[in-house]
Ligand binder design. Structure first.
Ligand SMILES: [Zn+2]
Length: 378
């Protein structure tokens, strides 16, 4: 069928706006905007009919059959999205929409009758129209993969919902205190600076309350619904490092994949544990304790933590014993609870093994080490 006949047929049967008429032929010279193309085709149909001395009965367009006049309200939707985005910092965005199902099925029927070969669907057309106008106004980028913010226009409910991508910040922290979990300090500061609604902390293994660290424990913090995405990490680090209870390494922006990567890594943790006895050990006792402890090398320790059974591995163990003191230099796979091991909730545990009371003077997490492939299977 000739183009002109297709256009004429549509105009005579349907109340249709220029936008919707134009987008039926979108792929022919897509650079010409749908609305403009619709206007050209409509005018041409009239001119052509007059030329051919044919009658043409074009339906008046009060309410477009295909879009219900949503394209006339495009500026309103753009303003609504703009208002919502105003409170957020972002570089990239994407527009989505919820088109009433009734319009979608009308469109499908229409295509069956009038052809779909050059058409741009109502949804893509609407999203593009809102998106490109916003891009021009805000000078931000449209990104299809992982935009900072996705704004979804719900046409039926007449509202805009935002989906904000979380912000990820990674680094490492040293804990210089035996009181409390210092990670909360970092999280709270980042929440305050980004205006996020909540944070989730990811790290390796466990770091118990009474353990200090001599090395940086790696972490990634996910911040949900951040209002700000660039907070000045150098300055943030300086602020944290003014506190006595902790210090952080260089902070950097990260992504979701880094959490997966951190979880996949096989890592060991080394502790230096200093214990003290009430009185001096005798030679015999030292010998007995040393023998028992060395038997732990390359053994699995059974631990019950949060109602789950875990079996961390002791990879290396060095002992210094003399006088009233016992120092353990112990390397285990992550997940190992040093307190459970010392205090008696593990099998085997130190208390039972050495059959003697002791006081814990200090526990220091010395370092993390990536395991080599051959270690994992031995
Ligand atoms: Zn329309």
């Amino acid at each position: 069928m000739e183009l002109i006949d297709r256009v004429k047929k549509i105009l005579e049967k349907y109340e249709i706006c220029n936008e919707c008429l134009g987008r039926q032929f979108h792929d022919i010279l897509p650079r010409i905007k749908n609305r403009e193309k619709g206007k050209i085709l409509r005018t041409y149909a009239i001119i052509n009919s007059i030329y051919k001395k044919e009658e043409i009965k074009i339906k008046k367009t009060e309410k477009c059959y295909l879009c219900g006049n949503i394209f006339n309200k495009i500026d309103f939707y753009i303003e609504e999205v703009k208002k919502k985005l105003k409170n957020y910092e972002y570089k990239t965005f994407l527009i989505g929409s919820k088109i009433p199902p009734e319009l979608i099925s009308k469109e499908e029927e229409f295509w069956e009758e009038n052809g779909v070969d050059f058409c741009e669907a109502i949804k893509s057309s609407f999203n593009r129209e809102v998106g490109y106008n916003l891009k021009r106004m805000t000078k931000k980028q449209i990104t299809f993969e992982n935009p900072d913010i996705m704004a979804i226009v719900d046409i039926e409910k007449n509202k805009v919902d935002l989906q904000i991508s979380p912000l990820y910040i990674k680094g490492g922290y040293k804990k210089n205190t035996t009181k409390g979990k210092v990670q909360k300090i970092i999280e709270n500061l980042l929440i305050k600076k980004t205006g996020a609604s909540e944070s989730i902390f990811y790290s390796v293994g466990r770091l118990e309350r009474n353990v200090k660290t001599n090395c940086y424990r790696p972490f990634v913090i996910m911040l949900r619904n951040p209002k700000k995405r660039r907070i000045g990490l150098k300055k943030t680090r300086q602020e944290i490092n003014k506190m006595k209870s902790l210090s952080v390494s260089t902070l950097s922006y990260s992504d979701k994949e880094s959490i997966e990567k951190m979880k996949m890594e096989k890592i060991t943790a080394s502790y230096l544990v200093t214990l003290k006895f009430d009185n001096n050990l005798k030679k015999e006792e030292i010998k007995r304790i040393r023998k028992k402890l060395l038997g732990l090398r390359n053994k699995r320790i059974l631990q019950y933590l949060k109602k789950k059974i875990r079996k961390p591995y002791i990879r290396r163990l060095k002992i210094k014993i003399g006088g009233k003191n016992l120092t353990l230099d112990i390397e285990s796979t992550v997940g190992f609870s040093i307190n459970s091991f010392l205090g008696g909730k593990s099998k085997p545990n130190l208390k039972k093994l050495i059959e003697r009371d002791f006081k814990i003077k200090e526990i220091v997490l010395k370092k993390y080490r990536k395991m080599k492939t051959h270690e994992m299977y031995s």
